[in-house]
Structures are given as structure tokens and as C-alpha cells.
Write a protein that binds this ligand. Structure first.
Ligand code: BGC
Length: 702
């Protein structure tokens, strides 16, 4: 019976639907009839038994019922409630859950397989904590590193963001409903409740929406959260174009849309007509206020039925009224903590390593100075909605101390301003490790936390700390924390090594120690551009209530302007070296499924195991429209033992080279000889070939 019901989402692997059948009295389709039809039939049966009042009640949050945020079901019909909890770096509900590195650090892993497991960790812990919708992932593109919530998302590139977002959604949805957010163009914090984002249709389609489409069409996300801001004059929660036309009609999204929190819903009739299915977190515009226009015929009851059908469909698919499939023992289990540490080890980015300063060789050292206020301060990110409360956090100092044991002496100077005694200690040390960067006082969610970053550099006090330590000890290593790009020209030349450690989650201290001492080999790559100056980026106005988003940002902008970044998108060093050669292209399966398989041989030419990220970029010489000089279109991370060679294959769907033709309201693949460049960062692309599309053609949806 189970096989007769197709699940677009993949809750609970195989046994789920059988139970859904049992729970909701769904009867089978052993006769071989359309599996989806059986599900839809049961949805219809349930919805038809609901009164209008019962339906309307399900369209708004009702405060908290254990999990942070609840939305009622219909008890008499056995239709369970939704119970929601943030968020992107761990489950908030219950407390004591595993705290993972922030999204940006996970983006820096360039490893969707790890991200899928991260999603599974959160999905499992969410269900164990009694909730069923995880308010994550945050997949707003990083259009400017000043965005206060930069740390929650995965980076600045459309393709990379899509791959990471899909992986997370798939992982979560093994257990619970995911909720990609904030749809769409939510890229400023300070004015997020009112800012009107003016964005042309092509930019919207190519830069601000593809990752949402991927989350919905590929990841089968069960729900989507609309953003606070306006897009082209309309608040997202009542934006016909975004919700009704694109998300629900064009993409065929079969889940439901819920608003962002207070001020995320702005109206009754326009929101309902636009397709906003749930007002969160409590009733302000829906409830009674929605009942009246429905009764008066201003909101067709079919729209209400459609909203309820979407929710019930997902409740059936995810069998939400069953007891949780996991118990509390999964929360912060060793297995989950190991995933948190793995993500931190794989997401840290080694940005500088002069004279092979790293890894530190314990046997060649006797005294190590660990300096800075952040060395022994839990510093895991924003205190806004993405905050979680783990039962412990390993600081960098704790990690280092545990790693070295009694093998060497650690001199801890836990402050940012040095006195003469500190200076003497630093001078005598064999190496100085400074832990510094940003904290939740510098960046975070608007209004409830620090908001946008108005400067991209470190505070003058922290710059001075780095400069002072570097002047005292030639072997100065900086472990840098933060959730986004940090400009560093004023201190970078002074130091020997730099490890970007982001906000690494509760196991971060162990991960940092393993990387510093070579028990783990850095393999993270920047998921964003680190510019030399904020002036090298498009403007960012955190106080404006009306902004225009341009097509070019991040590396697309830097490349187009002919600027050199401090560190380019895709950059990251390793303790080993790699050779990459023999680019081949196989288009033998061209046709309906026009996918080119590019492959290269990657060899670990050093003496320790390490992972490299092969990156594939495309250029569009002679395009009829303005295009980025280079666009990431594929990547793959590969782990290699010393001396090992592996062939890495990257599949490129040719349709993904299309642009959005506004006049035709269609995706168009140009007849062009595209250049394809392959390498290990957006500025290190030694291998090239071409990919010719003979004739332009429209493309349905890529
Ligand atoms: C945030 C959302 C979050 C919600 C619930 C809002 O302020 O923008 O990302 O999920 O609060 O905490």
C-alpha cells in the first residue's frame, strides 16, 4: 500500500507513508491507481469535513504550546498542530540541543553531503524537542557583507547557495518540515520591516530567487517563510507576484507559505489573495478579520481551501500526529556533536600561511601565547532568532589546552589591551595565537540584536591588538571569528597565518585546535569575497527605506569592475598541495537531458591527506545581455590521501546557462560558445574548454 503514495518530500524514508495511511485512515491504492491521487483524496476528505471557522483558525499562529510557536490543527479530525522552532544553527526548542556552526561557516565547507547531515541533526533534534517545522534554512543571498544576518546564510553565489540549501532541506525533511526563508530579497536588517527593494525582473529571477526555486523544486521544501520587506512596492507577505504567481503557480509549490513574525503580515484580504497561508506568530490580520471577507465573498473560499489543503497535505506526508520518531537521547548526542565538529573543521578557511607557520608542531614548541578577549569567550554568533542554548561551548582556549595537555606551556592573555608584562610573555613565546574578530555586538538580527554592520573592518582596539602582538612575535597567527567578510588590509601583512574560524558552534574550540595542530587539514573555501575596502562593493545603506538592488554583487561586481579582492570567492589554503589536470567534456547524453559531464584529475601532491574543492565557472563571450565575467556553475569536494589521484566529475545542465528575458517572460539559452574554466578558486582556474550551444532556444525552467 505504501508504494502507492508518492511523496514529493521524503519524510522518514520508507515507512512514513504506511503510517500516514494508518493515522489518517487513508485507504490504499493497491489497484495501481495514481499514488498522489490517494493522498489528495484523503486531503480533500479531511478538508471537506472542516467548518469555515476551523479552516480559518489554522491560518494563524496561536502563541506557544510547548514548542516556541504553534499553529492549531483540528483535533476532532485528528489533524495535528504545527509546532515551529528556529533555526539555522541549531534547534531552539527545548534547549541543550546541538549548536552547529553558523550557515556561513557551513557554506564554507562547500560540502553538501556534510550539510545534508547537518540538516538531519536538526530535523531529528527538532522532533525530539516536540516541534515539527524548523524555521530554517536562511537562504537569502549575501548581496552585501554588511547584512546583519549574513552569518545565517551560505554565501554570495546563487549556485553554491542553492546546492547547500537543497542539501539542508533534504536532511531536515528526513524528519520534519523545513522552512526556507526569507522569501525574498531580505538583505538589510536595520530597515527590514519597511524597506522597499526595487529590483528588476531579471535580477530578481537570476540573483534573488534561484535558491528558493531550488529549495522548492529540488529539495521539495514543505513550507516557505515570506520576508518582512517589500519587493517592488508590495510587502512580501502580500506580494501577488512573488507568492501566487512565481512560488505557487510557476514553480508548482505544493507546500504552504507562512509570514515572518510580527509585522510580517500587513493585511487581510491582499495577503490571503496573494497566497499567504499562515499569519505568524499570532492572529492580527487573519482570524475573525479574515472570516468576514470570506463570508462576504471578497476572498473566495476556494483560496482558503487551497491553503488548508496545502497544510494538511504536508501533515499527512510527514505524519505529524504520530509520536516523534526520535526520543530525547538524540539531543546533543555524541553523534550529533561529532557532526557539529566536522562541519567546523571542514568550514574553517586557511587564508594565509607564510613560512608554513601552520600546522603547529607541538614537539618543536615549548611556550604558546594565546591572546585576546575572544580566546576564552563563547562566541557562536547572533543573539537574535538564530540563537540557541547548548549545554556547553568549547572555547578556542579550552580546545587548545585539551589538545596540548602537558606537552607545552600555554600562556593565556585573555584581553585585547596589553600591559608590559603581557608583552614580555608574548615576546618569549614560540608562537602567538590571537583569537579575535566580531561578536553578536557587531552583527546580528535587526531590532532584537546588533543589526547591520556599518564598517567592514575590525574595531580599532582589535586591529591594534593584532599589530602589537605581531610586532612582538614574528610567529603570529590570527584565528578570526565573524559571520561575513571582514576587511583586513591594515593588519594582514603583519601576521604569518590567518585561519577564518567564523562562528564555529559549540564544538568550535576542538575544531580550531585540531586545525592549528594539524590533526585536521583545512579544506574550507570562501563562500564570499573579502574585498580590500568596502568601497569596492556596491553601496549598502542600512537606514534607507527604499533601495535598488543591482544585478552585480560579490565576485560578479569585483570582477566586472576590474578590482582585486583581498581574498577571492572560492579561495582557501590547505596543508597539502594539489595538482589538477586533464579537463574533459562528455556531452554524449545531449538531448532532452542536455547535461555535459566535465571531469578533471585531481592529485594530492603533498604529504598529508587533504580535501580540495574543484570549481567550475562559465563565461558568456558575445552574450546579448550583461553577464558576469565568470559564474560558478558546479563544484565538488574531494578527499585525497597523499599521492592519490581521483577523477572528479561535475555535471553541467546546459539549460542552467540561460538568462531571464524580461520582454518574453522566459528563460533563454543563447546560441554561444561559452568558455568553461575549472580550478580551485574564482581566480585560480588553470583549465579551460568551450561549450557551444548552436542555436538560441527557450528553456522552460532550469
Ligand atoms: C525572523 C525569522 C524567525 C522568526 C521567529 C523573525 O524575526 O526574521 O527568521 O524565524 O523571527 O523567531
Amino acid at each position: 500500500m505504501i508504494s502507492c503514495i508518492e511523496r514529493r518530500a521524503s519524510p522518514f524514508k520508507t515507512s512514513c507513508l504506511l503510517l500516514a495511511v494508518a493515522i489518517f485512515g487513508m485507504t490504499g491504492c493497491e489497484d495501481g491507481s495514481d499514488p498522489n491521487a490517494a493522498l489528495e483524496q484523503r486531503v480533500d476528505e479531511l478538508v471537506s469535513q472542516m467548518t469555515l471557522e476551523e479552516k480559518i483558525l489554522q491560518m494563524a499562529g496561536s502563541g506557544s504550546n510547548g514548542a516556541p510557536f504553534s499553529v492549531p490543527g483540528v483535533e476532532r479530525l485528528g489533524v495535528p498542530a504545527f509546532e515551529m522552532s528556529d533555526g539555522p544553527r541549531g534547534v531552539q526548542a527545548g534547549g541543550g540541543t546541538t549548536q552547529l556552526p553558523v550557515g556561513m561557516m557551513r557554506g564554507a565547507t562547500w560540502d553538501p553531503e556534510v550539510e545534508r547531515r547537518v540538516g538531519e541533526v536538526m530535523g531529528r533534534e527538532l522532533r525530539a524537542a516536540g516541534a515539527n517545522i524548523l524555521l530554517a534554512p536562511t537562504i537569502n543571498i549575501l548581496s552585501h557583507p554588511s547584512w546583519g544576518r549574513a552569518q545565517e546564510t551560505y554565501g554570495e553565489d546563487v549556485h553554491h547557495l542553492s546546492r547547500m540549501g537543497v542539501a539542508f532541506v533534504e536532511g531536515v525533511q528526513e524528519y520534519a518540515l523545513a522552512n526556507p526563508k526569507h522569501y525574498a530579497a531580505n538583505n538589510i536588517e536595520n530597515t527590514r520591516f519597511e524597506v522597499d527593494v526595487n529590483v528588476d525582473e531579471r535580477t530578481l529571477r537570476e540573483i534573488y530567487l534561484p535558491h528558493f526555486r531550488a529549495a522548492v523544486l529540488e529539495g521539495n521544501a514543505a513550507s516557505v517563510m515570506t520576508a518582512y520587506n517589500r519587493v517592488n512596492g508590495q510587502y512580501c507577505g502580500e506580494n501577488q507576484h512573488l507568492v501566487r504567481e512565481i512560488l505557487k503557480t510557476e514553480w508548482g509549490f505544493d507546500g504552504f507559505a507562512l509570514s515572518d513574525w510580527i509585522l510580517g503580515t500587513r493585511s487581510t484580504v491582499p495577503s490571503a489573495l496573494a497566497g499567504l497561508d499562515i499569519e505568524m506568530p499570532v492572529t492580527m490580520f487573519y482570524g475573525e478579520s479574515l472570516l468576514e471577507p470570506v463570508v462576504a465573498g471578497d476572498v473566495p473560499e476556494e483560496l482558503i481551501d487551497d491553503a488548508i489543503r496545502r497544510m494538511v497535505r504536508k501533515k499527512l506526508q510527514f505524519r505529524l500526529d504520530e509520536p516523534s520518531p526520535v526520543d530525547a537521547s538524540v539531543i546533543a548526542s555524541d553523534e550529533h556533536l561529532a557532526v557539529a565538529q566536522e562541519a567546523a573543521e571542514k568550514g574553517a578557511v586557511l587564508l594565509k600561511n607564510d613560512s608554513a607557520a601552520l600546522p603547529l608542531d607541538e614537539s618543536a614548541l615549548s611556550r604558546l601565547a594565546v591572546v585576546g578577549l575572544l580566546a576564552d569567550t563563547p562566541n557562536t554568533g547572533d543573539t537574535g532568532s538564530s540563537n540557541t542554548s547548548p549545554s556547553f561551548i568549547i572555547t578556542p582556549l579550552q580546545g587548545i589546552e585539551e589538545a596540548v595537555g602537558s606537552a607545552l606551556t600555554i600562556d593565556h592573555i585573555g584581553k585585547d589591551t596589553l600591559d608590559p608584562a603581557d608583552e614580555a610573555v608574548i615576546q618569549q613565546a614560540d608562537a602567538a595565537i590571537i583569537v579575535t574578530g566580531l561578536t553578536s555586538d557587531d552583527e546580528g538580527e535587526g531590532l532584537i540584536a546588533a543589526g547591520d554592520r556599518l564598517e567592514l573592518g575590525l574595531s580599532s582596539e582589535r586591529v591594534a591588538l593584532i599589530q602589537n602582538v605581531a610586532a612582538l612575535n614574528p610567529r603570529t597567527i590570527v584565528v578570526l571569528q565573524g559571520g561575513s567578510a571582514i576587511t583586513m588590509g591594515d593588519w594582514l601583512p603583519d601576521i604569518e597565518a590567518l585561519l577564518m574560524a567564523w562562528y564555529p558552534g559549540q564544538m568550535g574550540g576542538h575544531a580550531i585546535a585540531n586545525l592549528l595542530f594539524g590533526d585536521a587539514n583545512p579544506s574550507g573555501k570562501l563562500p564570499l569575497t573579502i574585498p580590500r575596502s568596502v568601497d569596492d562593493l556596491p553601496p549598502f545603506d542600512a537606514e534607507s527605506t527604499s533601495v535598488t538592488y543591482q544585478y552585480f554583487h560579490g565576485y560578479r561586481h569585483i570582477d566586472r569592475e576590474g578590482l582585486d579582492p583581498e581574498f577571492e570567492f572560492g579561495f582557501g589554503l590547505s596543508y597539502t598541495t594539489f595538482a589538477i589536470d586533464e579537463l574533459r567534456a562528455d556531452r554524449s547524453n545531449a538531448g532532452a537531458d542536455d547535461v555535459v559531464r566535465f571531469s578533471v584529475d585531481v592529485t594530492n601532491t603533498g604529504s598529508v591527506a587533504g580535501a580540495e574543492v574543484v570549481q567550475l565557472y562559465v563565461t558568456y563571450p558575445g552574450s546579448a545581455v550583461a553577464r558576469a565575467n565568470l559564474e560558478l556553475k558546479g563544484f565538488k569536494k574531494v578527499l585525497l590521501e597523499p599521492g592519490e589521484t581521483q577523477t572528479v566529475e561535475i555535471k553541467l545542465p546546459v539549460n542552467s546557462l540561460a538568462y531571464y528575458d524580461v520582454a518574453e517572460s522566459a528563460w533563454v539559452l543563447e546560441g554561444l560558445t561559452h568558455e568553461v574554466h575549472v580550478g580551485t578558486s574564482s581566480r585560480d582556474l588553470p583549465l579551460s574548454t568551450t561549450l557551444t550551444v548552436e542555436e538560441a532556444r527557450p528553456v522552460a525552467l532550469y
